[in-house]
Design a binder for this molecule. Structure first.
Ligand code: GDP
Ligand code: MN
Length: 304
């Protein structure tokens, strides 16, 4: 018996088109996961993109909570991959455990979002995303969907809808449903402020900063006057309206795999005074790939 045959992949034959179902394009769904939410999993199972074309990749921290989430995730995976209907099963599933410490910040929403905790937290998130990406991106991957573990509601056609725009990088608008005690009704509010168009003010602020400083979005202490996609949703304008962006969030973000193959990743350091997903948008843009966002196409974040 000779040596194993060399496997050849012709990347030119891996298509990336506006109709990925027709062209049988492989998609990698990547989720960094600190907590397991059943609603996230149920929503994932409802995605109508053919599951046999989907690979799932997860990365979880080695904390007590991360261990619990891993156990819950594995239980659900067993259920679907071993006992689920053929059409519900995914092509493959990869779980990674983080080999570096999580940010020493509690997972509570208010604590997570404190300005002073952001740099360390976003650095850890960037490293987690990069580890996950670089260990899972394969030669037949056409698309990468970044989907956070606390996205609990999306249209079932999420992948097809985002891909139909045929953009290198495209992000949905992430909202959160909540109970409004005044109207006694459910209402919704913007959640993710990382998708934005730059402003003169923000660029000037960045100019004054030290080389390692980062400019964050969504904090009154740092008034950037950027145009935030979170506030651009308008029921009167078309659902498929796409706008160019300079920063993106990664709660529900579709990326052509070639953008990552070109080297666009999530900087865990100040890159043009941006970090993680916002730094990724900048890096994609510097590589010639313009990011876009869909202000009227909503996905929903868990409400703690
Ligand atoms: P926020 O919604 O902006 O407050 O950010 P999250 O805390 O929800 O983090 C974004 C995503 O990363 C979610 O899917 C989290 O479950 C996940 N996550 C948060 N912290 C960690 C961590 O330390 N390690 C890993 N692997 N994932 C994390
Ligand atoms: Mn979140």
């Amino acid at each position: 018996q000779g040596p194993p045959p060399v496997t050849r992949y012709d990347l030119n034959k891996v298509t990336v088109t506006a109709d990925p179902v027709k062209n049988q394009e492989h998609i990698l769904i990547l989720t960094p996961m600190a907590r397991f939410y059943q609603q996230y999993w149920d929503n994932l199972l409802r995605l109508s993109y053919p599951h046999e074309l989907i690979t799932l990749g997860f990365i979880l921290p080695k904390t007590k909570e991360g261990n619990q989430a891993t156990a819950a995730l594995q239980q659900q995976i067993q259920k679907i991959q071993n006992h689920g209907a053929e059409k519900d099963r995914f092509k493959s599933i990869i779980i990674l455990r983080q080999d570096f410490d999580p940010a020493v910040v509690s997972q509570d929403e208010s604590e997570r979002h404190k300005l002073g905790n952001q740099k360390a937290r976003r650095e850890v998130m960037a490293k987690a995303r990069n580890s996950l990406l670089f260990t899972t991106l394969g030669p037949s991957t056409s698309w990468v969907l970044w989907l956070d573990a606390d996205i609990v509601e999306t249209p079932p056609t999420l992948i097809q809808d985002l891909a139909s725009h045929d953009k290198p990088v495209i992000v949905a608008n992430c909202y959160q449903k909540y109970y409004d005690p005044e109207t006694k009704k459910m209402a919704e509010r913007p959640y993710d402020f990382n998708s934005w168009q730059d402003s003169e003010t923000a660029l000037k602020m960045a100019e004054q900063m030290g080389p390692d400083d980062i400019l964050l979005e969504g904090y009154a202490e740092l008034a950037t006057y950027r145009t935030l996609m979170a506030y651009m949703s308008n029921p009167g304008s078309p659902k498929d309206l796409a706008i160019p962006l300079d920063g993106v969030g990664s709660t529900a973000l579709l990326v052509k795999a070639d953008v990552h193959r070109d080297g666009a990743m999530f900087p865990a350091f100040s890159f043009y005074h941006l970090i993680e997903s916002e730094g990724f948008a900048k890096m994609a843009k510097r590589l010639g790939w313009q990011p876009y966002g869909l202000p009227n196409y909503k996905v929903y974040h868990y409400n703690e």
